[in-house]
Write a protein that binds this ligand. Structure first.
Ligand SMILES: *Cc1c(COP(=O)(O)O)cnc(C)c1O
Length: 398
């Protein structure tokens, strides 16, 4: 019996340069982003300026997490209590959580077979709900048909906010994910494309949205210290009407992220090499169906999803158990019980109502998910696929 012994949750170490910068912060004691030395830019300032430049946006705000950045983006874009926010039903819990945090109501939209947003359902729901906002989550790095999404946003006057937690460095028709909405949010949580433990980055080219986000994030009256920000006049108009939600990033995390940002595109290419190896191996397995990927999408393969369309939920649970016994850790989006990081929209009981989304439920029922940490090699992918082949062959046939 083959066995895999590496951990699916093991990331690479923080680069030496990040550790050196972090030590510098620790030795200085200047961890708080506003604890600057004279007018010298802090690591948080540097990170914001460099990420904005990477994204081709005028401004970036570093936050405590992507979930908090999403909350700030929604509020700053004008979401008010009771507003409806369209959102794909297949996403991670912090996304509906951010909508709830903004006192708004999610209107969940069906997904396609390839897990991207079903634009026909988006249009129906935009029309029926009268929502003015769309929070589009590029869940697990799958980018929806952005031409259609933008067309619907224009037609129904929807303000688009992008959740790019899994698309940092990814592109649609050559344009970076996060360039399409009025604001976009990224995660630097350990399992995303840069690792500072926790962290989020918000980008926008809308001056008022950005000024509000900076004040909401907890800038007190120190927003003038930000280097990546709209002009002072924009703040003057809104500074007293914008509460402080205290969810800043600190210099220690920014120190860890600076060298990772410089290396981001190379890391994305490494993920895609792993992804290709895993995809090739999975493609050869009977009963495994890979998701279609739109040729316009340049994704970052930091995880891989596949479907087991011939198996019922009992058989899938056996598959997961046998795989786990051989060291292969697979997640399943069809699980009726929320497990670990994964929860299904039907378990978000705090929503005012839980819609019936038969297409989404059907797609998720057989959908599996595997992390591809950069500590894996192409040979690891080959071994994992061999193990999954063994497991599939052992499954009792009904
Ligand atoms: C991880 C993730 C988030 C939230 O990121 P945090 O930084 O952990 O708050 C949001 N959306 C998606 C799709 C994610 O995978």
């Amino acid at each position: 019996m083959l066995r895999f012994t590496k951990e699916f949750t093991l990331q690479e170490p923080i680069p030496e340069e990040g550790i050196a910068k972090a030590l510098e912060v620790l030795q200085s004691g200047r961890l708080h982003r506003y604890n600057a030395h004279g007018t010298e830019p802090t690591f948080t300032d540097q990170l914001e300026e460099r990420f904005a430049a990477y994204m081709g946006k005028p401004w970036c705000l570093a936050c405590a997490s992507c979930g908090s950045a999403l909350h700030l983006a929604l509020r700053s874009a004008g979401v008010r209590r009771g507003d409806k926010v369209l959102c794909n039903a297949y996403t991670l819990a912090p996304v509906p959580g951010a909508i709830h945090h903004a006192e708004a109501e999610p209107v969940l939209v069906e997904i396609n077979e390839d897990t991207t947003m079903d634009c026909a359902d988006l249009e129906r729901k935009a029309q029926a709900s009268g929502a003015r906002f769309l929070l589009l989550s590029h869940m697990r790095g799958h980018i929806s048909d952005m031409d259609k999404v933008l067309e619907i946003c224009a037609k129904y006057h929807l303000t688009l906010i992008e959740d790019c937690a899994h698309t940092m460095g990814a592109r649609w028709k050559g344009v970076l994910s996060g360039s399409f909405g009025k604001a976009a949010c990224f995660s630097t949580q350990t399992y995303k494309h840069m690792n500072s433990g926790e962290g989020g980055l918000l980008v926008s080219d809308d001056p008022e949205l950005m000024a509000r986000a900076i004040i909401y994030s907890g800038s007190y009256m120190l927003y003038g210290m930000h280097r990546s920000r709209p002009p002072q006049e924009v703040f003057d108009q809104i500074r007293l009407e914008t509460p402080n939600y205290s969810c800043r990033m600190d210099n220690l995390r920014a120190a860890l992220l600076l060298p990772q940002l410089a290396d981001l595109d190379r890391q994305c290419a490494r993920w895609n090499t792993l992804y290709a190896a895993m995809e090739n191996g999975l493609r050869a397995l009977p009963g495994v169906r890979l998701l279609h990927r739109d040729p316009h999408e340049t994704f970052v393969g930091s995880s891989i999803q596949f479907s087991l369309p011939d198996l019922d939920s009992q058989a899938i649970q056996t598959f997961l158990k046998l795989a786990a016994e051989r060291g292969v850790d697979i997640k399943w989006f069809g699980n009726q019980k929320p497990v670990g990081f994964t929860s299904d929209y039907t378990t978000w009981h705090y929503m005012p109502s839980i819609p019936d989304l038969p297409q989404t439920r059907r797609v998720l029922a057989t959908l599996c998910d595997m992390r591809l940490p950069l500590t894996f090699t192409a040979d690891d992918c080959t071994l994992i696929c061999a193990i999954l082949g063994e497991v599939l062959a052992e499954l009792p046939r009904s």
